[in-house]
Design a protein around this ligand. Structure first.
Ligand code: GAR
Length: 195
């Protein structure tokens, strides 16, 4: 059984879908949900589902990214995860941190990578006149949103879309993609999944 820790910053809807999926014959179990924001809505939801939680407030470490990561490592190392899933985790991790978990840290990003790494992905897709948008699950490497792709899902960009309407359409598909990509990855299949 593989141990999975999930890092979140907000509502944690992707985290919830991952946790809900990790039952029965799933090769993984959730061992920790951690956040950089003690007020992240997802923490209470994870706790209600019986998953241990931890919060390390990044605002206590202004200008000290290494200090923040050292504090985040404490509950993480205690949970001893085999796999870490970033699910709406909005802090950039240093190469040191990433390398510690290289090859076993996944992220979901709301664009069709390699298009639009970073922030404001939906606004950028609309602005560019793209016919399609989507989300990508990828392995985390020291380069932001640039690691090997494990899965991707596409939706149309519709006339009149705003960043919010497009984000909502993409999020529905994220909820299908991330659990499926994690199952596949945990089973040792690292070929990309297209949904
Ligand atoms: C998701 O759309 C995820 O792809 C995105 O944040 C949202 C989190 O929603 N992640 C990023 O932008 C990472 N750079 P959730 O908290 O409801 O899962």
């Amino acid at each position: 059984m593989k141990r999975v820790a999930i890092l979140i910053s907000g509502g944690g809807s992707n985290m919830l879908r991952l946790v809900e999926d990790m039952t029965g014959d799933h090769p993984c179990r959730p061992v920790l949900v951690a956040s950089n924001d003690p007020a992240a809505g997802g923490l209470a939801k994870a706790s209600q589902m019986g998953v241990p939680i931890a919060a390390v407030d990044h605002r206590h470490f202004r200008g000290d990214r290494a200090g923040f990561e050292a504090a985040l490592l404490e509950p993480l190392l205690q949970a001893a995860p085999d796999i870490i899933c970033l699910a709406g985790f909005m802090r950039i991790l240093t190469p040191d941190f990433v390398q510690r978990f290289q090859g076993r840290m996944l992220n979901i990003h709301p664009s069709l990578l390699p298009k639009y790494p970073g922030l404001h992905t939906h606004a950028r897709a609309i602005e560019a006149g793209d016919a399609e948008a989507g989300a990508t699950v990828h392995l985390v490497t020291p380069d932001l949103d640039a690691g090997p792709i494990l899965g991707q899902t596409r939706v149309p960009v519709l006339a009149g879309d705003t960043p919010d309407t497009l984000a909502a359409r993409v999020l529905v598909r994220e909820h299908q993609l991330y659990p499926a990509a994690l199952r596949r990855f945990a089973a040792g299949d690292h070929t990309p999944l297209y949904l």
